[in-house]
Design a protein around this ligand. Structure first.
Ligand code: PMP
Length: 407
């Protein structure tokens, strides 16, 4: 087979560790806005934002400018938490300002990735509550390191890596009956506001209120993993704003960096202060909150706020909101083979009868230069999560191609 591959493809298959036998293996030369440009003039529409990362589009000029400015000042100076680095301080301030209605969330710990934010938050919860049990959801994904993997709600991914962390229990996302499993033994519940890899499951509003109440009753920390849902993806800056509840710890990453690697866990000063003693240096990282990533993230945060405030204009007309764009996709993707389009804002799942029906549709859409995908724990549904900057015209064009691929 290797004979038919280009030299670069050979290098890719031979020297880059593979995680499946069927990587997408697209060769992208450059990216701009919602488009990825291939080697031979292809112009792909990125309808998944590199899995909910490129919320502000690829290479947003303001993000590039912020990166360039920081490149001219300094790169890594010192391990996290020792020097006063302006990009970190400014970003922490801006993040806390997005949370002013949630007074408890005023202290930010920067990481390199989502998984590391999860790991830090798990340690924080254990140390703060002095309990060990952590509850997460069936069909949840919180990362691939051994702590975060322990939370995964699917045995298939964990079986061959055991022993993992003990004292992890699972509840059904959105099901109030299971909340009784949260007890005074439970250090934390780690949960997504909208369950992403389960195929975008939006719980009823009352669920998060009941969850908050149960955590309060049992002295359990409520940790919202907004790694996928944060930074505007669902139509508000944080998804939890739509539910009228506030977590004790908030996790973010992915879209936060505008294409640069960064994550964070955010809590109150009271909770976070436990990392200072017994032991001192309770959680440390070399690169967490890299100054270039923080500079990019601050620009990203401001762009997302502009998008959500509706200050962007597309020619003369005011652009549709993220919620309206999601609604438009729901209205356009109507087809006898589509069973349902669910989700909030631009975090959507398009459900088909089976993976066998969906897979060739995804392949044909890619041939027609529209990139979609499926979900870790829901293989009969197509992932739709384009950059939030996608325009109405671009949405119409991409949806027409998806419908064409179905036919
Ligand atoms: N939590 C959620 C909800 C995620 O979707 C992901 C990534 N898909 C992670 C955590 C892990 O983030 P990362 O890949 O940046 O480590």
């Amino acid at each position: 087979m290797l004979n038919t591959l280009s030299h670069r493809q050979e290098l890719f298959y031979n020297h880059l560790a593979q995680t499946s036998d069927f990587p997408l293996a697209l060769e992208i030369e450059r990216a701009e806005g919602i488009y990825l440009y291939g080697q031979n003039g292809q112009k792909y529409v990125d309808m998944i934002s590199g899995i909910a990362v490129s919320n502000v589009g690829h290479r947003h000029p303001k993000v590039l400018e912020a990166i360039q400015d920081q490149l001219d000042k300094y790169l890594h100076l010192m391990v996290y938490g020792e020097y006063i680095e302006t990009p970190q301080v400014k970003l922490a301030e801006a993040l806390v300002e997005t949370l002013t209605k949630s007074k408890a969330l005023d202290n930010v710990y920067f990481t390199n990735s989502g998984t590391e934010a999860v790991e830090g938050a798990m340690k924080l919860a254990k140390r703060f509550t002095r309990r060990s049990e952590i509850i997460s959801c069936f069909n949840a994904y919180h990362g691939s390191t051994q702590g975060a993997l322990s939370l995964a709600g699917a045995e298939f991914f964990k079986r061959n890596f055991r022993p993992l962390l003990p004292d992890i229990r699972h509840i059904r996302h959105g099901n109030q009956d299971d909340l009784v499993m949260i007890t005074s033994r439970t250090a934390a519940v780690i949960i997504e506001v909208i369950s992403g890899e389960a195929g975008v499951r939006v719980p009823p509003e009352a669920y998060h209120q009941a969850l908050r109440k149960r955590c309060d009753e049992t002295g359990t920390l409520l940790i919202y993993d907004e790694i996928q849902t944060g930074f505007g993806r669902t139509g508000s800056f944080w998804a939890f704003e739509q539910y009228g509840v506030v977590p004790d710890v908030l996790l973010c990453a992915k879209g936060m960096g505008g294409g640069m690697p960064i994550g964070a866990f955010i809590a109150s000063q009271e909770v976070m202060s436990v990392f200072k003693n017994n032991p001192i240096l309770g959680h440390i990282t070399t690169f967490g909150g890299h100054p270039v990533s923080c500079a990019a993230s601050l620009a990203t945060l401001e762009i997302v706020q502009d998008i959500l405030n509706g200050t962007r204009r597309n020619g003369e007309t005011k652009e549709k909101s993220v919620i309206e764009k999601g609604q438009l996709i729901k209205e356009l993707l109507i087809h006898p083979k589509i069973k349902e389009v669910r989700g909030r804002g631009l975090m959507l799942a398009v459900e088909f009868e089976s993976f066998e029906i969906l897979k060739p549709i995804i392949d044909r859409a890619i041939q027609r230069q529209v990139i979609t995908d499926w979900f870790l724990f829901c293989d009969n549904s197509m992932r739709i999560a384009p950059p939030l900057v996608i325009t109405e015209t671009q949405i119409r064009e991409a949806c027409a191609i998806i419908l064409d691929a179905i036919d």
